[in-house]
Ligand binder design. Structure first.
Ligand code: PXP
Length: 237
């Protein structure tokens, strides 16, 4: 059964917009877990417009499920991981000013860079996952870096899904067995929502975890956070 990790970056964005501590993301993280989240994901970006680097230390103290920290492996990010020691680190190839992650790693071009960093990060005890497009050569490259898992970039899936779900899922279906045979665990994230999540989960047999932020937080404006988390959980059950 795939686990639901709730990305709380958008909660931090609302907090930051007023310069106070409301909503309190620590309380929200605790509540997400109470409502059924099986993990909490944060993505501290260089400009700290969402979650701040300092938030990660506080979250580690209270998250009782799985803390997943995503980010580009800058020196500052690596130091953060070494100090916080989250359960999982997801490395993304984002440029410093990226609006959101919009592509996976080129694991062939960056193999030695990733190998070295992953070696360092694994010393903290964290599981390391690489954000990846569903392409065999890149997945093979991910295995060579020593990563434990890949996180499929599902933006293109979500984009094509409303028009043609079978076409949208094809590349993921074609590559997941290969990834599994290489010993890589499979996560997925980006633009997953209540419409496209179940279809994805039903067809990606080895899916272990999804991290969902934007749509889940938007849905919670209408349904409430507790109901919404339960609705997403039901798509995965
Ligand atoms: N995975 C990665 C690597 C991301 O950067 C993001 C967005 O922060 C997500 C998953 C979650 O995407 P969404 O907010 O669209 O659910």
């Amino acid at each position: 059964m795939a686990q639901l990790s709730v990305n709380i970056n958008k909660i931090a964005l609302i907090r930051n917009s007023r310069g106070s501590n409301y909503p309190d993301i620590i309380q929200v993280a605790k509540d997400c877990e109470r409502f059924g989240a099986q993990g909490i994901t944060v993505h501290p970006r260089p400009d700290e417009r969402h979650v701040k680097f300092s938030d990660c230390y506080d979250l580690k103290e209270i998250v009782t499920t799985e803390l997943n920290i995503e980010g580009y492996p800058s020196e500052k990010f690596i130091q953060l991981i070494q100090e916080v020691k989250p359960h999982q680190v997801t490395l993304v190839p984002d440029l410093p000013d990226a609006l959101t992650s919009d592509n996976g790693w080129d694991t062939i071009q960056h193999e030695s860079f990733l190998k070295e960093i992953i070696g360092e990060l694994k010393k903290t005890g964290a599981r390391v996952s690489l954000f990846i497009d569903p392409i065999e050569q890149l997945i093979e490259g991910a295995a060579k870096t020593g990563a434990d898992r890949i996180e499929y970039y599902t933006g293109p899936y979500a984009h094509i899904f409303p028009e043609n779900p079978e076409h949208a899922i094809r590349k993921y279906q074609m590559t997941e067995k290969f990834a599994h045979q290489l010993g890589l665990g499979i996560n997925a994230g980006h633009d997953l929502n209540l419409h496209n999540l179940r279809f994805f989960k039903d067809r990606i047999t080895h899916l272990e975890e999804v991290s969902i932020g934007h749509a889940l937080i938007c849905d919670s404006l209408y349904y409430g956070l507790e109901n919404t988390i339960q609705m997403y959980r039901r798509c995965l059950d």
